[in-house]
Design a protein around this ligand. Structure first.
Ligand code: HEM
Length: 412
């Protein structure tokens, strides 16, 4: 059965996630072929939870080395832009080893007090009486400051990081960036992150910070990268550019989205907010449910290395394969009452950080810590969140980002 929805229609995504279409696709076309406009070549679209996990696990057949978005970069583009997320083992294993120690549950627990203090500061300023934009006042403030602390980024550059990150993650939204992928001729930027001139700006900013850090290394994550060796060699300038940019982008936007989408979910399900406030013992399950529900990264793409079969579809070597985590997160075969937002849900093996494969989000423990602390602080201070206007979504099928979330917060 040919798919009737166009999952590359970004104006559709700007209106909302097509959950109804995904439910139909899970039932009728669990793994379906979608054509794409040239220069892209089309993709296999994977909708069911078990197929997504199976493909994530089988990295020999479903490779990350051709990139994780819809874009089809050349070998040269890929060589310039490749980050840890675009590698396969054994290269991936070596890169991951450099940073994994900094992101274990125990390593990130060290930041608990820092994140709590930061959250209080942000809420003291951001939680205005009356109506305000929750994204601008709260959600965007916490993750970048946590990242700055871990990586040792200068405070003066944080607004620039936020701005560049927005322009990269939302590289398909003309209201956020003036160089729009899919609309403008981006050939000149093929070798930069997100095929954007702002990717180059992020690299340049990173290089300035690296230069200063080389003069005065410390115990921050950037110094760890500068000291690291792979097979006896230090990381190249290209490796450093790319490591720097993926950490800044992956750690900032995603967590912001989870926090903002979480508050939107509580605006729409006030009884779940009452439940969480009445029983702080639900904080851990509420955090996981916010992550499942918000699914900040809708998909990851793989590329088949050989002819194979997945969910009844015959996939050819070289085909793009898109794993829709946002669909798997609502799969009734895995989640009881999957369409319900339930802060007590357990078990909750959501796909928002990926699942089953080696690329499982590096920052998952850190993101959980941040979301849990922000939820806890909000639950103490806010009796009720209400929408004060329609949320404005980013025009993207990759990220579930909100540009604006107008709310009213009634104080506890
Ligand atoms: C709610 C917040 C977050 C979400 C939803 C999220 C989501 C994801 C997803 C879906 C992946 C790919 C997994 C896969 O391929 O199966 C990923 C990878 C990654 N994430 Fe996160 N992420 C979040 C926060 C963070 C934070 C705070 C950091 C910290 C710097 C981070 C750094 C990374 C990195 C470096 C990778 C690549 C890992 C690899 O290739 O081995 N993420 N993340």
């Amino acid at each position: 059965m040919p798919p009737t929805v166009d999952l590359t229609d970004l104006d559709m995504w700007a209106q909302g996630v097509p959950y109804g279409e995904f439910a139909r696709l899970r039932r009728e076309a669990p793994v379906a072929w979608f054509a794409e406009a040239p220069p892209n070549s089309g993709f296999w679209s994977v909708h069911r939870y078990p197929d997504i996990v199976a493909a994530s696990r089988d990295v020999a057949t479903f490779s990350s080395a051709r990139g994780i978005s819809f874009e089809e970069p050349t070998d040269e583009d890929m060589a310039a832009r490749r980050t840890i997320i675009d590698t396969d083992p054994p290269e991936h294993t070596k890169l991951r080893k450099i940073v994994s120690g900094s992101f274990t549950q125990r390593a990130v627990a060290v930041y608990q007090h820092f994140v709590e203090g930061l959250t209080e500061e942000v809420l003291n300023i951001g939680l205005a009486d009356g109506e305000f934009d929750f994204v601008d006042a709260v959600a965007k403030e916490v993750p970048i400051r946590v990242l700055a602390r871990i990586m040792g980024l200068p405070g003066a550059d944080l607004d620039t990081f936020i701005d560049l990150g927005d322009r990269l993650i939302a590289n398909t939204d003309p209201e956020i960036t003036d160089v729009v992928w899919g609309r403008d001729d981006t050939d000149a930027y093929r070798r930069y992150p997100f095929r954007s001139p702002y990717g180059k700006q992020l690299w340049d900013l990173g290089r300035t910070i690296v230069r200063d850090r080389l003069a005065g290394p410390g115990d921050d994550l950037l110094s760890t990268l500068l000291r690291a060796e792979v097979d006896g060699d230090r990381l190249s300038e290209t490796d450093l550019d790319n490591f720097f940019s993926i950490l800044v982008i992956a750690g900032n936007e995603t967590t912001r989205i989870a926090i903002a989408q979480g508050v939107l979910a509580f605006c729409e399900h006030p009884e779940q907010w009452d439940r969480l406030r009445a029983d702080p013992g639900l904080l851990d399950t509420a955090t996981e449910e916010v992550l499942r529900w918000s699914c900040p990264t809708h998909f990851m793409r793989r590329t088949a290395t050989a002819d194979t079969e997945l969910g009844g579809a015959a996939i050819g070597a070289g085909d793009k394969v898109v794993l829709w985590y946002v669909s798997g997160n609502r799969d009734g075969a895995e989640f009881d009452d999957a369409e319900a937002f339930d802060v007590g849900r357990s078990p909750n093996r959501h796909l928002s950080f990926g699942r089953g494969g080696p690329h499982l989000c590096l920052g998952a423990h850190l993101a959980r810590l941040e979301v849990r602390i922000v939820l806890a602080a909000l639950a103490r201070r806010v009796a009720r969140f209400e929408l004060a206007g329609p949320p404005r979504r980013i025009r993207s099928n990759f990220t579930n980002g909100l540009r604006e979330l107008p709310v009213r917060a009634r104080r506890a």
